[in-house]
Design a protein around this ligand. Sequence first.
Ligand code: ACM
Length: 541
Amino acid sequence: MNPLESLVPRPAHAQVRPGSFVLDQHTSLGLQPRSGLDGVARWLRSELALDLPAVPVADAGIVLGLDRGLSNEAFTVDVSDRRVIVRGGDPAGVFYGLQALRQLLPASAYRRAGAAGAWTIGGCHIEDAPRFGWRGLLLDVARHFLPVHDVLRVIDLAAMHRLNVLHLHLTDDQGWRLEIERYPLLTQVGGWRRESQLGAGPTAQGDGRPHGGWYSRDDVAEIVAYAAQRFVAVVPEIDLPGHVQAAVAAYPTLGAGLDGVTPDVWTRWGISDHVLSLAEPAIRMVEDILDDVVGQFPGAVVALGGDESPKRRWHRDEAADARKAELGITRDADLQNWLLRRLATRLADQGRRTLLWDEVLEGDDVPGAIVASWRGDRGVALGTRRGYDVISCPADSVYLDYRQSDSDDEPVPVGIALGVEDVYEFDPQPPTLPPGGGTVLGAQCQIWTEHVDSARRLDYLLFPRLAAFAEAVWTSGPRDVHEFTQRLGVHGERLRALGVEGRDPSGPRPWQSRPGVPGNPMTRTAMADHLSTIVAGMRTE
Ligand code: ACM
């Protein structure tokens, strides 16, 4: 296959041109002056393991520059006998142009060492631009902690696929993974659990093995800087008012309706019934925590969750009763949104936007929030109609922890079968949207990690489906799954050169299966019924 026909994501325009360029140890690199491309050049040298000596643009083999006529993240690549020219609307565009250029090299160019040789690139002209500005991957590091070097590797792989958001789900019932200066027990206590449930469903046993870990401030600084060098914004998520059992285990003041019983960090999967207290000291503590989060994560968006929060404990909690009386609120969803509004306002005062799961649509407005619609298209339609900007992340299309086929061999099969073709067909933009003030910013795939306890298991679930997702959010125009599958063959060689252990089309390798670990597979009909039931509480106005 001509490398130009194997680009992933598929570009808007690609044309063969005369000539060819040889990239080798002697190739030089010229940057348009004052273009702010030094970081991109540093990245290129290190990725290709080539010196690429710096020379003036007029003498350079590879030229990098900006073209103000291009939109943000858009790029052109021109390869001729004499030179390679990569231009972007901004440095991110140049970076994506270089990601495309790299795909014109043999797969061995993705190896870290020993591969650099004389690579011949056929003459061509490529023009490309993303369909959506928000191209995200959610990584759940709460259910299973992922060491920093593995997070950095995920960032590299996301950036290779031109994703630009890493949403880090940092806290949940089963673990708190972010160091907070004023509240060290959040990690010292909340960062560990006694054991983990092995598999899905009520009969799943505990594995008897403690699990834990957290990111220090230095770890976070490294993750954020590494991501920024690759044009990936890190969105930290502190999930509340539900999914807080690990935090309550560390600081019982944070819990509602405890009746004097402090929980352990949860060792089961599912939705714990712990919920944040609405007493003033608890909310103040959360505000302190968020101030620390803002200090650690410089990005424009902070996620506060708001999903799946059971209210039972509020119903037996004096502080919740007092709040309802004080605010004249009768509905739990409005009480939750009052809390989210208060916290979102504080974040806005510090220049941040708040990202919330689509449960926010069950209550009154949280102005300025971005809605992450995870329970189907209804949240996209309703969210934009109510004036929210929305990110499409439907479970039934882009939850990459879901099983990849109907085979019993799939490791811990949960959810519906979502093959690479299904993910490829995902369209973030519903065909019709009711008029409203909000827009669809883009989409995000999710990898929840209840059953993902290592980078190898992560690879199996992410690849090749991440490539299909990347194309769904990057490439405009019609899709042809057959043509995509052909390109995926070549792309698989790139991934293998990087050491990615994805899923083979034939299914899991024996060591990738998990015999005896129970799953909880669903049919598409059962999933559709489930999703339509749980969105029933969304308010249309
Ligand atoms: C979610 O899956 N609870 C966002």
